[in-house]
Design a binder for this molecule. Structure first.
Ligand code: ES4
Ligand code: ZN
Length: 323
């Protein structure tokens, strides 16, 4: 059995704010004079017991209040890379939630420049490549998303693409049709969370109305045979996050995760950590957990890693290096 950490990996579904470990959260709280509603690291970690997506999001948005300066975002990004590189990370297309920061008075440019500097240092130190995908919060008014896309004009060259995240049910993709059309017209890549908690219709809508190139999560597609056939035929990458699905109770146990059914249907599945500080593991840990719980073989692990490279927005030369 091979050492899974030596398998070169691309991560395509990673919220940089979800890499904020409790220790760093308290360090930044002290540095910035921000009060966290928890006494210490232990108490914060004890709160990581989620019923569903919303109960996680409430804690996620509360904790990120400690992120205030460009340097904070650089430190956060570097801490993520430092943990992930030993697990085989070679390329990352990371999500960030600008509205969750600008709404607290943090400048958009500080967020983008801070994360960008972390990625630059990561490339210099470890040769990791990657880029930024700006996510719109689907549970906020669509006008805010449109304004955020306008604000991004000053940093257009720093962005790979746009995405859609936060509370899914009741906030279908089609609400963001115009914003996504504008992003596509600017040459940005487009992805969206769909079919995490909401039904397969949301996945179809993300493809047909938003024109997404990848579907984030997408696991609910397993309940729709026609959709599965389409995802396989079009080789749409699904950025699946197995540990997230367990922690947010999308599935009861990892043993019941639909990953094998998606693979068997011929879908271009990838494995990702989503919010590793909250869900119990970084990208290599996700592969390992699948080996232990559902008997992922070495060949399947290699296929998943290959799918991530193929599904990435890296240029052909970089893809060739990673394959
Ligand atoms: C998220 Cl797991 C998940 N789903 C939707 N939105 C998110 N933002 C951060 N993590
Ligand atoms: Zn996510």
């Amino acid at each position: 059995m091979r050492d899974l950490d030596t398998l070169p990996k691309a991560e395509l579904h990673l919220h940089v704010e979800g890499t904020l470990e409790p220790e760093l959260a308290f360090d930044l709280a002290a540095r910035n004079g921000v009060e966290l509603p928890f006494a210490d690291v232990r108490e914060l970690r004890a709160a990581y017991d989620f019923r569903d997506l919303q109960s996680f999001l409430d804690l996620y948005y509360a904790t990120m209040a400690v992120l205030r300066t460009a340097r904070d975002f650089t430190d956060l990004t570097l801490a993520y890379l430092e943990r992930s590189v030993p697990q085989g990370l070679r390329h990352v297309e990371l999500f960030f939630d600008p509205q969750a920061h600008t709404g607290r008075g943090v400048a958009f440019e500080d967020v983008v420049d801070g994360i960008g500097e972390g990625l630059r240092l990561g490339r210099e130190r470890w040769g990791v490549t990657g880029g930024l995908i700006m996510c719109f919060l689907r549970d906020q008014p669509v006008e805010d998303a449109a304004r955020t896309l306008q604000a991004a004009a000053t940093r257009r060259g720093s962005l790979l693409g746009v995405g859609l995240d936060s509370a899914e049910v009741g906030h279908p993709p089609a609400l963001f049709a115009d914003v996504f059309a504008a992003a596509r017209a600017q040459g940005l890549h487009v992805v969206a969370h769909a079919g995490e908690e909401a039904p397969p219709a949301y996945v179809r809508e993300a493809l047909d109305v938003l024109g997404v190139e990848r579907v984030d999560h997408g696991v609910q597609a397993v309940h729709d045979a026609d959709l599965l056939r389409r995802l396989a035929a079009e080789q749409v990458p699904l950025t699946v996050c197995p540990l997230s699905n367990v922690r947010l109770r999308v599935v009861d146990r990892l043993e019941e995760h639909p990953l094998h059914r998606l693979l068997a249907a011929g879908v271009r599945v990838t494995v990702n950590s989503d919010d590793p500080a909250y869900f119990g593991g970084y990208v290599g840990d996700c592969y390992r957990a699948l080996r232990e719980a559902v008997g992922l073989s070495d060949a399947q692990a290699a296929q998943l890693a290959r799918n991530a490279v193929l599904g990435s927005f890296a240029d052909q030369a970089r893809k060739a290096e990673l394959l």
